[in-house]
Ligand binder design. Structure first.
Ligand SMILES: C[S@@+](CC[C@H](N)C(=O)[O-])C[C@H]1O[C@@H](n2cnc3c(N)ncnc32)[C@H](O)[C@@H]1O
Length: 421
């Protein structure tokens, strides 16, 4: 079991995974004295038995990690596992047996541990998964074993959760969590006010100020390169460019992508923008977007707008982009399922802000591939383009905002309906 790390495409930082043993220890801290079975100072016989069991597990787990790091023969390691050494154990540094196996680059052990249920996404105290360790050691085969286990596990959990109707799971990253704050809930976000400003590094930003005094960038202009490359990939060699593309964008933010879309060599014949936040709509009015020829602004949440007759009457699109805020992967998946109806045909192109898991290399890789699998399921093929975004100094990029994207490469998806012929 691993504590929720990150479920939103934008806005949230990965939080440290709490080793399970510390949860058990906290759960078993003696509290109220129990009648009839107390030993001393409110500690019950059951509590002592539990503490002894925890100590035994801690010892076994520690011995297992040592044995792996000391490269003992697999038979010794298997013996420890058979004796009950827990694969979910993490020592004081947060190192698990899987981390240890990655440190010693032992593919066999990694396979055994993953098959036996080791937690693929456990992070150590420095925020590294076993996959990150394999990656940092340039060990592609070990990395792929862990990454593929992550993809399988996330896909399976997504299926199980959709079948059982479960909304929540503590062991997966992509299932929605309980966040009701403005960074994790659309309704709370839409009820919060936004600040459009320029930071001390001359960067245009749209900021949300949650109640806890922190600042979260809803959109920051360091992402300009991502948006402009996205438009390039979506439009520049589009077979219908000369006719004037029919474009749909969800989420205006700072209007960066919409401005890029207006600058393609042939202006779009129809440019629909769906935007839900009242403060953003005010900005759009101030900037004259409502008067822009060919631009149609549809106010409201995309989930509602796409059902309106006024929207359905517009027909299908050549180019579609979505980049919202405070929405989780499940919402993005819901949008994926609309694509076959929204895209005009196999020439139409779709992209989305690919930010899930983007504060950790392994998670970013896993979730890019999970999205690819889900799109493939509905008949949409994705190709990926890498955009270098690692250039700026951290402070210049983030100012006072929480960091929501820390990878040096942005993986830009371009998706098209698979041709049926
Ligand atoms: C990250 S910004 C988009 C940035 C934009 N791509 C740009 O280039 O500036 C996200 C935008 O999505 C809007 N938004 C969030 N949830 C939405 C929803 N459910 N429907 C429509 N718009 C939404 C937010 O108000 C915000 O303006």
């Amino acid at each position: 079991m691993v504590i929720m790390l990150q479920s939103n495409l934008r806005s949230k930082q990965i939080t440290k995974c709490v080793p399970l043993l510390s949860i058990i220890i906290m759960d078993h801290t003696p509290s109220e004295p129990q009648e009839g079975c107390q030993v001393s100072d409110g500690v019950s016989v059951e509590d002592i038995a539990d503490i002894e069991e925890i100590n035994a597990l801690t010892e076994l787990g520690t011995t297992l990690i040592q044995a792996i790091l000391e490269k003992e023969p697999i038979a010794n390691i298997q013996e420890l596992i058979d004796a009950g050494a827990p694969l979910w154990f993490q020592d004081n540094d947060g190192v698990s047996p899987l981390h240890a196996a990655a440190y010693v680059a032992n593919e066999n052990l990694i396979k055994i541990f993953l098959d036996d249920g080791a937690v693929w996404n456990a992070v150590d105290n420095l925020g590294n998964t076993a996959g990150d360790i394999a990656l940092s050691m340039n060990n592609e085969s070990c990395y792929k074993l862990i990454r593929d286990a992550g993809i399988r596990s996330e896909l399976l959990l997504a299926i199980l959760s959709s079948r059982s109707g479960l909304e929540h799971s503590s062991s997966t990253l992509i299932i929605s969590d309980d966040d009701t704050t403005a960074v994790g809930s659309t309704d709370a976000f839409l009820a919060s006010s936004l600040e459009f400003t320029v930071d001390e590094y001359d960067q245009e930003i749209c900021l949300l100020k949650p109640e806890d005094d922190s600042k979260v960038g809803v959109m920051m202009s360091w992402e300009r390169e991502i948006m402009s490359r996205t438009v390039d990939e979506l439009c520049s060699d589009h077979p219908r460019l000369e006719e004037g593309l029919r474009v749909l964008n969800i989420g205006f933010g700072l209007g960066i992508i919409d401005s890029c879309l207006q600058r393609v060599t042939k202006i779009p014949s129809l440019h629909v923008i769906i935007e839900a936040h009242p403060d953003v709509l005010v900005q759009m009015k101030k900037q004259g977007w409502y008067q822009q020829p060919g631009v149609k602004i549809m106010e409201g949440k995309w989930q509602d707008v796409v059902q309106r007759k006024e929207f359905l009457d517009l027909g299908a699109f050549d180019v579609i982009y979505t980049d919202t805020f405070a929405e989780n992967y499940q919402e993005l998946c819901k949008f994926f399922r609309l694509l076959p109806d929204l895209m005009v045909g196999p020439d139409a192109r779709f992209s989305f802000f690919n930010g899930l898991g983007a504060t950790n290399a392994l998670f970013y890789d896993v979730y890019s591939r999970v999205a690819e699998c889900h799109l493939s399921d509905i008949g949409v093929h994705v190709s990926w383009n890498d955009v270098w975004v690692g250039g700026e100094e951290d402070q210049e990029r983030w100012g006072e905002s929480r960091k929501y994207f820390t990878q040096p490469l942005y993986r830009l998806p371009v998706a098209q309906l698979k041709s049926t012929v």
